[in-house]
Design a protein around this ligand. Structure first.
Ligand code: ADP
Ligand code: MG
Length: 243
């Protein structure tokens, strides 16, 4: 299997607080990996280190065979290979739906406006938001906003998409529409790294589940193993609380 991202001995501290400790894990091409764990266990910090929104304190991030933490490596080039979908959508509120999916392509990838719009339309169709191209974010429901945010990430045609609790800010009735789209993307073979509290989704969609506890990966494995036969005491406790 082709490793896209391979993390070795990653650590991150904020002052004296060591939030990530000696994290090793990798994401293979076409794989869907879900990260679960209690609030404060370091899941968001891990995603933010992977896309270098936070600078790791130690360790290596190997992207397609190269350590991107080497000084010689071009960070903007690496980051444009990663898509990110946030809990709070982070749409540009003064841009309409189409423009939200176009600006990054033009500014970062240097695509022409025409080409970028064509690509944006393709992905807005995938998420079922192509009828809303002229709407501004404030006119949309939370579920619709998140679907636009997903189309925006897809429009950059990244190697991997990172999702940080994409349904946690949504009203319960809108969670399903977003999970459905994510499931479809998984079936299309996209490589996805997803922090989620949606255990049913993690169980059904992921190839691998990573359980984080207090800054370490306590356990990882196939979803059936993690959910039916967790080995670690802390995994058992966590699942008992959440399922
Ligand atoms: P999770 O996403 O699993 O809830 P986080 O990665 O957000 O956990 O946080 C892990 C720990 O790191 C928490 O104790 C949090 O307070 C701390 N932390 C996260 N970001 C920062 C920051 N920018 N400065 C200081 N502490 C932080
Ligand atoms: Mg978090």
């Amino acid at each position: 299997m082709e490793k896209i991202i391979d993390i070795q001995h990653l650590s991150k501290s904020f002052g004296a607080h060591e939030v990530l400790k000696d994290i090793d894990f990798s994401v293979n091409k076409g794989e869907v990996v879900c990260i679960i764990g209690s609030s404060g266990s370091g899941k968001s910090t891990l995603l933010r280190c992977v896309n270098l929104l936070e600078k790791p304190s130690g360790g290596q991030i190997i992207y397609r065979g190269e350590n991107i933490l080497d000084d010689k490596h071009d960070i903007p080039t690496y980051r444009q290979k990663l898509g990110m979908v946030f809990q709070q959508f982070n749409l540009f509120n003064n841009h309409n739906v189409l423009s939200n999916c176009v600006v990054g392509q033009v500014k970062v990838l240097g695509r022409s406006k025409e080409e970028a719009e064509k690509i944006a339309m393709k992905y807005l169709k995938v998420v079922g938001m192509d009828k809303y191209v002229n709407a501004k974010p404030k006119q949309l429901s939370g579920g619709q906003k998140q679907r636009v945010a997903i189309a925006r990430a897809l429009s950059m045609e990244p190697d991997v998409i990172l999702f940080d609790e994409p349904t946690s800010a949504l009203d319960p009735e809108m969670v399903g529409e977003v999970l459905k789209i994510m499931k479809e993307l998984a079936e299309l073979g996209l490589t996805m790294l997803i922090v989620t509290h949606e255990m049913e989704f993690a169980r059904e969609v992921s190839d691998r589940v990573v359980f984080m506890d207090k800054g370490v990966i306590a356990e990882e494995g196939h979803p059936e193993q993690i959910f039916n036969n967790p080995k670690h005491e802390r995994t058992k406790e966590f699942l008992k609380r959440t399922l």
